[in-house]
Design a protein around this ligand. Structure first.
Ligand code: LP5
Ligand code: MN
Length: 243
């Protein structure tokens, strides 16, 4: 019905049944019959491999499978928590994995879609770390470990990350304004949609002398968060956990 929905940063986990319930309701109600659903990363709190087939993961995967079977195209861009989502997940769900920077035609407007972590160029520690964990060989080694060990490594990385984040400034944790302009100019787009920073907003800016806009999606920590785009406009909305 001429609607495209964007979500990101749900950080789904078995520990947060409130988020899961809100997401499952979203999938079985307002996501039905739309033109497309885009998930721009951090769908999961963490992902250590497609072989982690817990009942919780099965529940989430079947929600995507039902939607794609109903004819709604679903797309996913990796976040910094779930960059290990792979082909098997895609086959099981019917969700198409897109490259980290993807330009789509959003009702006539070329729009760059990305998670947003690549725009945080002042966070040098993170960018160095990112390069390592995106390395194919390091990932191959990681996947050779039993699931339990990967789980433990993931949990350790999570606690280290929230520890170091406390000492980082807000400017370092946000996108670098110059990088936003640079990336948009390079790809020749006037619109960008991303998540990661958990600062939902619509920013206007100028790229090569043209009006541009950057839409930032919200996280699902206290409520659901969705960007609703129609041929007319895009609107950020929230969804209560307890409707
Ligand atoms: O995630 P969040 O919100 O806490 O902070 C992010 C950045 N942190 C991360 C780390 C993830 O949270 C951990 C996810 C685990 C995934 C599953 C395990 C996969 C293992 C894969 C092995 C192939 O993304 C944080 C940013 C913040 O966003 C804001 O943008 O600042 O960045 C960091 O905390 C990174 C530190 O600054 C640098 C840590 C250096 C550690 C180097 C270890 C390298 C190990 C490589 C080999 C396994
Ligand atoms: Mn993120």
């Amino acid at each position: 019905s001429m609607t495209t929905l964007f979500i990101s940063d749900l950080h789904l986990s078995a520990d947060r049944p409130d988020i899961t319930a809100c997401f499952l309701r979203f999938m079985s109600t307002e996501a039905r019959g739309i033109d497309a659903l885009y998930v721009l990363g951090d769908l999961f709190e963490m992902w250590i491999g497609d072989d982690d087939d817990s009942p919780f993961h099965q529940q989430i995967k079947s929600a995507f499978r039902q939607l794609t079977d109903n004819g709604v195209p679903c797309y996913f861009i990796h976040g910094n928590r779930d960059f290990l989502i792979g082909k098997r997940f895609s086959q099981e769900t019917g969700v198409e994995l897109l490259p980290e920077h993807t330009v789509v035609d959003l009702y006539g407007t070329p729009t760059l879609l990305l998670h947003g972590d690549t725009l945080c160029t002042l966070d040098e520690g993170y960018q160095r770390y990112r390069k390592k964990v995106h390395n194919r060989f390091i990932q191959w080694l990681f996947f050779r470990l039993p699931l339990r060990y990967r789980q433990r490594i993931g949990e350790k990385m999570r606690s280290d990350s929230s520890q170091t984040n406390r000492t980082k400034s807000q400017a370092i944790m946000d996108v670098t304004p110059g990088e936003v302009v640079h990336v948009m100019a390079e790809l020749g787009v006037n619109q960008m949609i991303h998540g990661h920073t958990h600062r939902p907003d619509v920013h206007t800016l100028s790229v090569n002398g043209q009006d541009a806009r950057r839409i930032v999606l919200g996280d699902w920590y206290k409520h659901g968060s969705v960007l609703i785009c129609t041929p007319q406009d895009c609107q950020l909305e929230t969804r209560d956990f307890q409707p």
